[in-house]
Structure formats: structure tokens, C-alpha cells
Write a protein of this length. Sequence first.
Length: 556
Amino acid sequence: MKRRTSIATPLLAAVLAFACAGPGDDALDVDQLEVQEDQSESLANDLLAFSLAMRKADRPRFDDFWADTVSATPLPDEDPERKKVADRAHKGAWSFGEMAEFSRDDYIDELWSLVERYESLEDVRFKVKKVDFTEDGLHAKAKIKFFFVGKHDGHGREWIKGLASLGAGKTGEGKPEEDPWKIDHFELTEMNSVVTEQEWFSDVSGPAGLNEKFPEFGRGANDGFVNHGAAAADVNADGLMDVAASGVLGNFLYLNAGDGTFTDASADSLLKFTPPGSGVAFLDYDNDGDPDLFFAAVGRQILLENRFIPDGRVRFTDVSEESGAAQSAIGFSAVVADVNNDGWQDVYVCSYNRYGTIMPDSWTEATNGTPNLLLVNQGDGTFRSVADDWGVADSRWSYAAQFIDLDDDGDQDLYVANDFGENAFYRNDGGSFTEHSAEMGIVDPGFGMGVSFGDYDNDGDFDLHVTNMSSTAGKRILELLYPADHPMRLSLDKQAVGNSLYANRGDGTFEDVSAAIGGLGGGWAFGGGFVDFNGDGWEDLHTPNGFVSGETMKDT
């Protein structure tokens, strides 16, 4: 199969691999599909440039995207009435008048008012959900979604999002890739806004001394797709939380100064001179009272002993080899728990594979990742690698895991999020684990890249959040391939829909409530979890996201 920018991601490759493999009536005209997606990406790329012009308040560039006359929805003169939807946040939906014909300049003035309503505009995005083209490819009718985020006139922020039907044409006079789309139809179908009374978050990483600048992807040491992370613990017993992090240039330690700033102690602690890691976890492996450090890594896993006790100074020494922790894996993350209740902390490592050099043997049921590790602490400064014996040597391209006593029997169970395979819940049976995800309803066959447990509905038991990818382009292609009720569509939809939330029924099973609570599209999402951001007693969800784009550097 020919590879091109818009289908080079695992998600879109999975869609096409499934779609093109079938014989007979299910086989697809791949060339025609790629022509369609080339056209779709052309429109999506122009809408990305359109979005950027709005974000930069570049009115001349914005004007370039419009036809001389536009059939469009006039914007309301007044803001919508808003109702409180969260602490210090209010939401309202606009209603619209009848479609009308506008001159190019008049409608641009109309739409530009959305830019001018912000004191500072942080982000704007117009994205293609679905699109059809005329046979000659010179006109498009698209369903799009859009959002604006920025500082409101008051003390807080505003998030506008909506849906629209869009028509756009090309002149056909120049080269197809150089001939710009001109919008001639813009019909708003839904638009609402959430306004906060104050700023909830401010980026203080720079003033706090917690920011590092890395080379751009593809330059110098930043040439791979390895996960990196951070963890917090009080490494020097001063009552303040310190931070350890891994990165493409090495490992870092930041000591909390107690005044809102951190001191870079990477060199003084010797952490700077240790092999670079990926996932980061603190644990007191020797039970001496200070937190030691474990780094999952591509190759040899890394265990660093904190010498604050007995030396009185934070210094980390590499004890990987003598402790038996230096096991080989494509380690992307690590989690810590006492799995056998002997009073000593053990380590589980999620092991991936060398993606690109080795490809998954299935996009949804792969088993050719590298086996995960379970390192059981022997209590004498050494670990024993027992993942096979304990039944948790998962090889489904694992990304993240979490320990939790989900069945309330006094020992730690384990949930593993797999990127190219179904996820797993391993029940701790005392000396071994058994897999029970299917009967519990938490297999979650998306591209799993994060897991967290929390009580989202405040009913006293643990619910499950799984981080997966969501893709506008993936959904767009699926709509081209299959009707909504087609078995393949039902199977593949999960790969593009986003994160999952499972409500604990209290009887050992879970209910998928993702759609019922409104959907959890987090983009190319990683990690994340439950946290009560506003202190109202209800656990909220946070999901970081982002990845490397294709050749155009545009995620369309």
C-alpha cells in the first residue's frame, strides 16, 4: 500500500489496513480513497491556515480564504444567556437568524467579531468532520467543527465551540496543490460558549525554574518516539515535594525551595550523569526512609539509590546491576506497589517495542510487543524478575499501568493500557495474577496510552478512565468507508473516538459511560487522570496530548 502524509499515523493505517484487506464486495478502491483523502486534506490544511490567520489576528491573510459573495448565517448581535455549569463557569448557546447573501467584506466583518471579542486569543481551530466533492474536485461541501479559546474581556476565559456547514470552491486555473479553497457558504448549525469568572491556571514553569528547552523533533538527540515523564517526592526530608523528570537530553532533579521556585539539582545529585530514562517512579526500595528513583528505559532499566540517608546529602548512585533491576525492555513507564504484601515495594514496567523498525502484527490485537516486567523486591537490596511466573508478561505494546486494590481483598491488582492490543485487568490472587477484563467489561480496545482510577460519581467506589486517541481524520475516513451500522465500522469507530470512562457498578463489573457523559475526545492523548481542580469535591479529568505531525506539520 502506498503511504502518504494523511494516512501515515497508526490510527489511519489501521483503518486502511482493515478496510483494504477484505475480499469481494468489501474490497476498496484504494487509489480512489486516497484521491478523496488528498482532497479532504487539502481543504483541512487550508482551514488550518485560516485558523492560524484568526489566531494571529492577520486580517489580510484571513480575507484570502473567501469568495466574492457568501451565503452565510449572520451572527447574533448579543451574547447568549448563560447558566452556571461549574464553579465560576457559565455556559450559553447562541440562536441564529435566517441564512442570507453577503458581500465578501461584509461577512468577513461579521465573523471577525469573534476575534475582536477576546482580549487575547490563545487558539482557534476549524477542522473537517465530513466532506463531499464534486466529480471535478473543484467544489466541496463539508461539515466542520471549530473552537476559540482565549482571555475574555473580564478576568477569566472564554471557550467558544460550534458546528457549521461549509461550502468552498477552487478556480481550477492553477496547480491543484497551489489553487486555494475559497469559502462561499458558511452556515452555523450550533455555537455555544463557556465563560469563566477568573483564570483557573497560569503557566509558571519558567518563573518556577521547571522548564527545559529541547531540540526540535528530528534534530540532535530528539530523534525518537520514546515516552518521557516526571514524578514527585520529598527527596531531602524538608517537607516539600521535589520533582524528577526524564527527557531527551537526560534526567533532571528539581529541589523545592519553598517559595514557589525550584533549584536545578541535576548535577549536584548526579542525576544528570545517569543514563537517560523514559518513565519515572519514586520508591523506597531499601526501606531506609528516603525515596529512591526507578527509570523505565529503552534497554537496561535503571534503579538509583538516594544517599540522603545515611549521607545527609541528596545523591543518586546507580545500583541497577547489583540489584537485578537492569532487565532488558523497551520500557515506557513504571508503576510501584507491594504486590506480595511483604513490606517491600515492587516494580512493574510497561514495555513497548521499536515502532518503525518493528511494526505491530495487528492494529488492534497485536502480541509482538516486548514482554512487560514484574520486579519483585527480595528485601535484601535485590529484585527478582517474575512477570512470566506471575502471569503479567503482557506483550501487547503496553504504554501505561496502574496498581489498585479493586476487589478490596487487601492486595494490589493491576490494569494495563495497551497501544495495539486490548487492555488487561489482572487480579492479584496471591503469588500470581489472572486476567479478568472481559468479564468485568473493561477490555477497552482503543489505542490505550494512559490509565487512572478515581470516583467520578462520588458513590464510594473506583471508576476507570482510559486514555486513547481521537482523530477527526480517522472518523472522516470511516464515514467514507462504511455505513454507521456496518460491523467493521462499529469495530473501528473505537479506534478514533477518544478516551473511555467506565463507571463501577459495585458488583465487580463496569459500564462504559463515555458517550453518556458527552464524549472524551482528547486528540492524540497520553497519560492523564483524575484530580479535583476546583476543590468542589468532584473529581475532574485531565488529559495531555500531542504528537509529531506528517510532512506538512499539520495535524488535519
